[in-house]
Ligand binder design. Sequence first.
Ligand SMILES: [Zn+2]
Length: 432
Amino acid sequence: MNLKLNLLPMKCSWFFALAAWLPIAVQSQDLAYAKQLVDTLAGDAYHGRGYVDRGGEKAAAFIFGEFERVGLKQVQYQEFTHPVNTFPGSMEVEVDGAHLQPGLDYIVAPNSAGSPGCKLVLVRLQAKDVESERLFKRFISKHQWGKSALVIEKGLFALIGSDEVGKAISGNTFGAAAHLILTNDKLTWSVRDNVLPYIQLEMLTTALPHSATNISLRMDQVLVPLFNNQNVLGLLPGLRTDSFIVFTAHYDHLGQMGIDACFNGTNDNAGGVAMLCDLARHYAAKDSPPPYSVLFIAFGAEEAGLIGSKYYVEHPVFPLGQISLLINLDLVTNGQDGATVVNGSVFKQLFKLLKRLNEEQGYLSAIKVRGKAANSDHYHFSERGIRAIFIYLLGEYPYYHDVMDTPDKPSWAGYEGFFRLINELVGHTAIY
Ligand SMILES: [Zn+2]
């Protein structure tokens, strides 16, 4: 890897410029501003910043306006397209006539097909049915699958394995109209770019009584082959225009699952965008330009597979080779238990510095190290040899990729300390 550890020339003038620019006014993060941005972006009006009701597009426009308002230059969109499976309209599920709540009682598999309306007989798969291929075939032969929903308790998958029975179920070779997976776990949604030839739901075991006999479904589903999406960029030009510190945060989330279930995405990642804008506001408000340029990027389509950041790395607006350091912000609205640094064990010197600065000032309760992980938008940068880290805050917060990740939930315990730590790191990064 090409680790760019030697960053700026150690000229005296740079020291002076930097000294003037270092985080003297460390109080200047603005938690009230960050919370206000989160209330906006994670509000229902932004529809979970995804693929329904132009939620993502509205969020991008808001961030564009905010970048301009705080004084960034060359604010621009970077447009790209990608396929995505969407659930834009009706999402009605009834079990024996009783209405289930989308997002709370069930989630639709992100690659599920839809239905204009159907009523299906519930057929439960039992452990005895998967004991052998012969018993499974007998079970299959007893039902009219075009009018039936196969009900599988999640625990059964451990018995099924990947043999012929497993293949038949995962390939739905018998043509069930729907698969219903019952779980006692938390419902966790995601985004997919393809669609199955049948309906699949994940449901809480409690939402489907054992005595239930039928399920009615009406679900609007549209696979969009070329969804128009965008990144948002803003620049704070520095004294040097050929060396960049880059802050990134993805603004997209999962969107809506039908009209009623909004995945607000507060901690993931309205909070990261709020910190991105807060950093932009903080740096842009200084009297003097920074010694190096600071680039702010709000990425789209992270939840769809890091698509926006991959597109940027393949079509960079500013030279990738001039990035001294990239800090990706995702999951930053809690932090009572400190932070984890992804790529910390890849960029050891940087991690050591971060840890030392934190220990000296006690910004966060702990800084943990982690290796490489393709779990957010830093990934495609560090794969290119760019010194890119992803820092996320820790602390009890069970609301991940579900309808409960709403603006009232975060503790905000680590936000201010984290903001100060980043400031200090960036200041030191330029001179070490
Ligand atoms: Zn996420």
